[in-house]
Design a protein around this ligand. Structure first.
Ligand SMILES: [Ca+2]
Ligand SMILES: [Ca+2]
Ligand SMILES: [Ca+2]
Ligand SMILES: [Ca+2]
Ligand SMILES: [Zn+2]
Length: 492
């Protein structure tokens, strides 16, 4: 957080008067109720309690509009002593807050400025031969909010928050002239640079003939790498961030003072970057859907530390381990997402997977999650095929798939092995995906998971899913979800 001047004024009887052309009065020893009163353009935005007292944070407003960066805080000690921190900006009483620029046009102007800024930064970073991989950054944003800037150049502005490859940017666009007054990155976390497969080389190159060749660098695989931004890093120089913590790795943890993690696939650190990037992507997606409490933590990951051709989620340590048998498992984002699916379910339903069918739901959900995550980056290529690249080591049929989400299996095919039976469940989820569309389907499926019992059955979990569809999207959606489960003979 950037902060300008901060005037700390001790006040014991009443609050100090403010010499900003504003009048501000308050009740001596203000009780919290009185503090809420808002007669002078202060709006209470947060109340915090610490060991020594209470802290009332106000947003400065002018004619009902927030004054950018204008704050006022009152710290009330347990004995009633009050300290004030005054960060208000003077706003001329006669400032006209009418606008001539429409919010949509301000948003467009802001995004153009942010995009230009991101492109300049991108060009500066891509001076070398990797330039051909550079992606055009494009800003996206939410609705513009009207606000006031105080101080010597007081004016009314549209406040536009945009997201680009640079992070989150706040732009202030003059609401009368349309010019950009300020455009600055406000996100705290550090962005790094990395290079990954997305989701895997078979899909991105649409080439079923690629082979592992014992983890050798190959031109075809180098061309399958793409440069990406690694968001939400903590700045430690390691692949540790808000949603992912690469905790253990064969050959040591990747480290970079400049947060640049570019390796080819023969370097084991490549799998660390894959794990970080794809898990961060999936948690950001979950949050975009509106879920703030689905494994919303820095998930521990162990990379290339298991020599078998397998990966697993260990609920006793809340750790995902990616193995290195055959194709290194974390070279295929669909393996990464499948295991993260287990972490999601264990986070939402403690002890999930107690019964055979719950176990099958876990496997089916993991496969489905891998497929739904791959949809935006697969250009429609063999979508229901799970782990197309990893599977090249142990399948001869093309396309190479460990499993599929469109086998047509029903409960008649139950054989008691959780991965096999998971294909019944994943097929139902995939059909829901196609019926409702990706975002709605995933909201329904994640919401339903909160209601699963640890030892649930196909039928009970299906009912939870139908119920979530009904409550979120109404009867018609519930009917489509019901049909998906009926087709698998899970519901009657
Ligand atoms: Ca590798
Ligand atoms: Ca977890
Ligand atoms: Ca493997
Ligand atoms: Ca796939
Ligand atoms: Zn699994």
């Amino acid at each position: 957080m950037s902060k300008r001047r901060k005037a700390l004024v001790a006040a014991t009887a009443g609050l100090a008067s403010v010499s900003l052309g504003l009048s501000f009065t308050s009740v001596a020893g203000a009780a919290p109720e009185a503090a809420k009163a808002d007669p002078n353009g202060l709006k209470l935005v947060r109340t915090k309690t610490s060991l020594l007292g209470k802290h009332f944070w106000y947003q400065q407003t002018f004619k009902g509009l927030p004054v950018v960066g204008g704050y006022y805080a009152k710290h009330v000690a347990k004995d009633g002593a009050v300290q004030v921190a005054d960060g208000r900006d003077a706003v001329p009483a006669n400032l006209d807050v009418s606008t001539t620029v429409a919010p949509a046009s301000a948003t467009q102007t802001a995004n153009a400025a942010v995009t230009a800024q991101a492109e300049r930064a991108d060009r500066a970073r891509n001076a070398g031969p990797e330039k051909r991989f550079a992606k055009q950054p494009a800003a996206t944003s939410g609705a513009a909010q009207l606000a006031v800037i105080g101080g010597p150049n007081a004016r009314v502005v549209w406040n536009v928050t945009s997201r680009s490859t640079e992070g989150v940017t706040r732009s202030l666009v003059d609401a009368k002239s349309g010019s950009v007054v300020e455009s600055k990155v406000i996100s705290d976390n550090i962005d790094g640079r990395g290079s990954v497969f997305d989701p895997n080389p078979v899909v991105s190159e649409q080439n079923e003939k690629l082979t592992d060749q014992n983890d050798k660098n190959q031109d075809a695989l180098f061309l399958a790498q793409k440069n990406v931004i690694l968001r939400n890093l903590d700045g430690s120089g390691k692949l540790n961030g808000s949603f992912v913590n690469i905790k253990e790795a064969k050959g040591g943890l990747a480290q970079s003072k400049t947060n640049t993690f570019v390796y080819q696939r023969a370097n084991d650190k490549f799998e660390q970057v894959m794990s970080y990037y794809h898990i961060n992507q999936t948690q950001e997606y979950i949050q975009q859907l509106g879920f703030k409490d689905v494994n919303n933590e820095s998930q521990d990951i162990s990379v290339d530390t298991y020599s078998g051709d397998n990966s697993f989620y260990d609920p006793s340590t809340d750790m995902i381990t990616y193995g290195e048998g055959g194709v290194d498992d974390a070279e295929d984002a669909e393996v990464i997402w499948h295991e993260y699916g287990h972490a999601i379910q264990d986070d939402v339903v403690p002890g999930f997977g107690e019964s055979e069918q719950a176990g099958a739901i876990g496997e089916g959900f993991g496969d489905y999650w891998a497929v739904t995550m791959s949809v935006p980056v697969s250009k429609g290529f063999n979508l229901p095929c799970v782990m197309d690249w990893d599977a090249t080591s142990y399948t001869t049929d093309e396309p190479h798939c460990l499993r599929r989400t469109d086998t047509g299996k029903t409960t008649d095919d139950i054989d008691g092995e959780v991965h096999d039976d998971g294909e019944i469940w994943s097929n139902a989820l995939w059909d829901i995906h196609q019926a409702l569309g990706r975002a709605k389907a995933n909201k329904v499926i994640l919401e339903a998971t909160f209601f699963y019992d640890p030892d649930t059955s196909f039928a009970a979990a299906a009912q939870d899913t139908v119920q979530a569809a009904r409550l979120l999207y109404g009867k018609a959606a519930a009917a489509q979800v019901t049909k998906a489960f009926q087709d698998r003979k899970i519901l009657k």
